[in-house]
Design a protein around this ligand. Structure first.
Ligand SMILES: *[C@@H]1O[C@H](CO)[C@@H](O)[C@H](O)[C@H]1NC(C)=O
Ligand SMILES: *[C@@H]1O[C@H](CO)[C@@H](O)[C@H](O)[C@H]1NC(C)=O
Ligand SMILES: *[C@@H]1O[C@H](CO)[C@@H](O)[C@H](O)[C@H]1NC(C)=O
Ligand SMILES: *[C@@H]1O[C@H](CO)[C@@H](O)[C@H](O)[C@H]1NC(C)=O
Ligand SMILES: *[C@@H]1O[C@H](CO)[C@@H](O)[C@H](O)[C@H]1NC(C)=O
Ligand SMILES: *[C@@H]1O[C@H](CO)[C@@H](O)[C@H](O)[C@H]1NC(C)=O
Ligand SMILES: *[C@@H]1O[C@H](CO)[C@@H](O)[C@H](O)[C@H]1NC(C)=O
Ligand SMILES: *[C@@H]1O[C@H](CO)[C@@H](O)[C@H](O)[C@H]1NC(C)=O
Ligand SMILES: *[C@@H]1O[C@H](CO)[C@@H](O)[C@H](O)[C@H]1NC(C)=O
Length: 494
C-alpha cells in the first residue's frame, strides 16, 4: 500500500523537476528515472539539457546539441561540459519537439513519427547515474540487479574503474580510430578504407609482464584506469600484467581521471584539477607519429610541420586532395584510372606494425602494386628490401633523411583536375586573405596602435596551440590543421 503512494509522489516530484526546473540548477535534476519518464528537448537550451544527475552533481545525462541542429543522448561532465558517453553517435536525432527520450523499461531515444534512434532494450525499473558516470538500468528486486550499464558500451572515453574488455572498443568521435585489445596488447586501429575489415593498426602496447605474465588459456586480458593514476592491464589475477603510469601517478583523487581516444587518433589521459582537465598521459608523443597528422597525400616533417607530397598543392588550403577522389579502390571499371606520384625520402609512420614483402628492387615493388587493383601505393626501403603496400587511400607520410626510401602512390584520375581545382581554390583563398590583410592593415593603420594591444595580435592563437607541444605539437595539432580561420590569421601575421 505504501509503495504506490511513494511512486506517485516521486513521479509528481519528477514531473515538477523535469518540466519547470531542469534548466535552473543541477541540484534540482532528479537522481533517478522511473518507468513513465519522458523528456523533450527545449528550443532554448543552447548546448546541453540535463534530466538526470549523479549524487555529486559532477555528471548528468541529457540532450547534447551537436552541430546546432542535431541531438545526442549523452552523459556530460558538468563542470567542464565534456561529454564522456554518447548513446547514439551513429544515429543522431534532430533537436526538435518531435524527438523524445523516454523510459518504459528500456531507455529509448526516438522520433515517434520516424524511428527509434537508440534503445537499451531492457526491461528495468529504474535508471540512475553513478558518481563515476556509469549510467545503469536496474531491476528493483532484492538486491537490485543491474540489467544494463553504459560502462559496457563505451564511446570514446574510459573512466576510472571502468572495465575495458575484449568485448568492448573505444571509437573516436569522428569514427576514424578505435582501440581494441589483443591477446596481450592494446592496439589502436585506423579505419582508412571502409572496404578493409579490421583497419590498420598504428600503435601497439604489449604487456611488459614485469609482475605477472599473460598465460594462454587463462582468459582474455582487460584494462582498467586505476584511481592511483595508471592504466593497468590484467588477466585473471589482481596483479597487473602491465602498468602505464600517468604524470599523476599515485597522486590522490578518486574519480579525477579519464582517458579518451581523440579525433587525431591519439590516446590521451586527463586529470581533473578541480577547475580544469590537464593532460596526464599520451600514447603518441610526436606529431608526425600520429596516424595521419597532415591528412591524405600529406607529408609530415618533424620540426617543420605539414606539406603535400606533390609539392604543388599548398597544405595551407587545409588538405592535399579532394575527399571524394579518395575512397574505395581501383577495381571497378569506372574507377580503375590513376596517375602516379613518386616521392623519395619518405616512410610510413607506423611501418614497424605493417606487413611487408621482401623484394629485390624498387621496380619489383612498384609493379606488384601496379598489378593489384586494391593497392593504393607502396613504399620501398632500399636498405632492407622491404616493400610496404597500402590497401587504403594514401595518408600522411613522414619525411626522413634517407633518399633511397621511395614511395609510389596512385592518384585517382580526375584527382589531378581536383588538385588544379584545389590549387585554384588556394589562389582564391590567398587572394581573399590578401585583400582581408590589406583591409585589416588599413584599419590597423587608421585606428592606431591601441587596437593592436587588445586585438587578435601577437600570434596568440599559435602560441596557445603549440603550447606544451615542444615543436611536436602535443596539444591540439588536429585543430591547428583543420581550421581555415587559424590559417588566415597566421597568413595575416606573416
Ligand atoms: C558537424 O558538421 C561538420 C561540418 O559541417 C561535419 O564535418 C561533421 O561531420 C558534423 N558532425 C557530426 C557529428 O555530424
Ligand atoms: C518501449 O518503447 C519502445 C519504442 O517505442 C518499444 O519498442 C518497446 O516495446 C517498449 N517497451 C515496453 C516494455 O513497452
Ligand atoms: C561514490 O560512490 C561510492 C559508492 O558507489 C562511494 O563509496 C563514494 O564515497 C562516492 N563518492 C562521492 C564523492 O560521493
Ligand atoms: C573485467 O571483465 C573481465 C571479462 O569480462 C572479467 O573477467 C573481470 O573479472 C572484470 N574485472 C573487473 C575488475 O570487473
Ligand atoms: C588464473 O587461472 C588459473 C587457471 O584458470 C589458475 O590456476 C590461477 O591460479 C589463476 N590465477 C589467479 C591469480 O587467480
Ligand atoms: C566531483 O565533485 C566533487 C565535490 O563537488 C569535487 O571535489 C570533485 O572535484 C568533482 N570531480 C570531478 C571529476 O568533477
Ligand atoms: C619539393 O620541393 C623541395 C624544395 O622545395 C625539393 O627539395 C624536392 O625535391 C621537391 N620534391 C618533388 C617531388 O618535386
Ligand atoms: C639499393 O641497394 C642496393 C643493394 O642493397 C645497392 O646496390 C643500390 O646502390 C642501392 N640503391 C640506392 C639508390 O641507394
Ligand atoms: C593485393 O593487395 C592486397 C593488400 O594490399 C593483398 O591482400 C592481396 O593479396 C593482393 N592481391 C594479389 C593478387 O596479390
Amino acid at each position: 500500500m505504501d509503495r504506490p503512494l511513494i511512486n506517485w509522489v516521486t513521479r509528481l516530484i519528477l514531473l515538477y523537476a523535469t518540466t519547470c526546473c531542469s534548466l535552473v540548477r543541477a541540484t534540482t535534476t532528479p537522481q533517478e528515472l522511473l518507468r513513465g519518464f519522458t523528456a523533450t528537448p527545449s528550443p532554448s537550451a543552447s548546448s546541453f539539457q540535463p534530466f538526470l544527475s549523479d549524487s555529486t552533481g559532477n555528471y548528468s545525462l541529457g540532450f547534447l546539441r551537436v552541430n546546432r541542429t542535431q541531438l545526442a543522448l549523452a552523459v556530460v561532465h558538468v563542470p567542464s561540459s565534456e561529454p564522456v558517453w554518447t548513446a547514439n553517435p551513429d544515429g543522431l536525432a534532430r533537436w526538435s519537439d518531435q524527438t523524445r527520450v523516454f523510459f518504459n523499461g528500456s531507455l529509448v531515444i526516438a522520433d515517434p513519427h520516424t524511428r527509434v534512434f537508440w534503445s537499451s532494450d531492457t526491461s528495468g525499473d529504474r535508471v540512475w547515474l553513478s558518481n563515476t558516470s556509469n549510467l545503469q538500468i536496474e531491476k528493483l528486486d532484492q538486491p537490485h540487479s543491474v540489467l544494463w550499464q553504459s560502462f559496457q558500451f563505451p564511446s570514446d572515453t574510459l573512466m576510472e574503474t571502468q572495465n575495458f574488455t575484449t568485448a568492448t572498443s573505444l571509437v573516436s568521435s569522428n569514427g576514424l580510430y578505435s582501440m581494441r585489445l589483443g591477446f596481450d596488447y592494446i592496439g589502436l586501429y585506423a579505419e582508412f578504407n571502409e572496404r578493409s575489415g579490421t583497419g590498420q593498426i598504428y600503435w601497439k602496447h604489449k604487456a611488459l609482464e614485469a609482475k605477472a605474465e599473460v598465460i594462454e588459456g587463462q582468459g582474455p586480458i582487460y584494462v582498467v584506469l586505476n584511481p592511483d593514476g595508471f592504466l593497468g592491464m590484467y588477466q585473471n589475477g589482481s596483479t597487473p600484467v602491465d602498468v602505464q603510469s600517468f604524470s599523476s601517478f599515485q597522486q590522490p583523487g578518486y574519480g579525477n581521471r579519464r582517458v579518451r581516444l581523440e579525433q587525431d587518433g591519439n590516446l590521451k589521459g586527463y586529470y581533473w584539477t578541480g577547475s580544469n582537465w590537464v593532460l596526464d598521459y599520451q600514447a603518441i608523443s610526436g606529431h608526425c607519429e600520429l596516424p595521419s597528422p597532415c591528412g591524405s597525400y600529406g607529408l609530415c616533417q618533424p620540426g617543420k610541420g605539414c606539406s603535400c607530397l606533390d609539392n604543388k598543392t599548398d597544405h595551407n588550403s587545409g588538405r592535399c586532395t579532394s575527399p571524394e577522389k579518395n575512397s574505395g579502390d581501383f577495381c571497378g571499371r569506372d574507377d580503375g584510372k590513376y596517375t602516379v606520384l613518386r616521392s623519395s625520402g619518405v616512410e610510413l609512420p607506423y611501418k614497424e606494425l605493417m606487413g611487408y614483402e621482401q623484394m629485390a628492387s624498387l621496380d619489383q615493388c612498384e609493379s606488384a602494386c601496379h598489378a593489384n587493383c586494391t593497392c593504393w601505393g607502396a613504399v620501398y626501403t632500399n636498405s632492407s628490401g622491404f616493400c610496404y603496400m597500402l590497401d587504403y587511400p594514401i595518408q600522411t607520410l613522414v619525411g626522413v633523411g634517407d633518399e633511397t626510401n621511395v614511395g609510389y602512390f596512385k592518384v585517382r584520375e580526375g584527382a589531378g583536375k581536383g588538385s588544379v581545382e584545389v590549387g585554384y581554390g588556394v589562389a582564391m583563398l590567398v587572394g581573399a586573405v590578401l585583400v582581408l590583410c590589406l583591409g585589416v592593415g588599413l584599419g590597423w593603420y587608421k585606428f592606431g596602435r591601441r587596437w593592436r594591444r587588445r586585438g587578435v595580435g601577437g600570434g596568440g592563437y599559435g602560441e596557445e596551440e603549440g603550447g606544451g607541444g615542444g615543436g611536436g605539437g602535443a596539444v591540439g595539432p588536429y585543430k591547428e590543421m583543420g581550421s581555415a580561420s587559424f590559417r588566415s590569421i597566421e597568413l595575416c601575421e606573416r
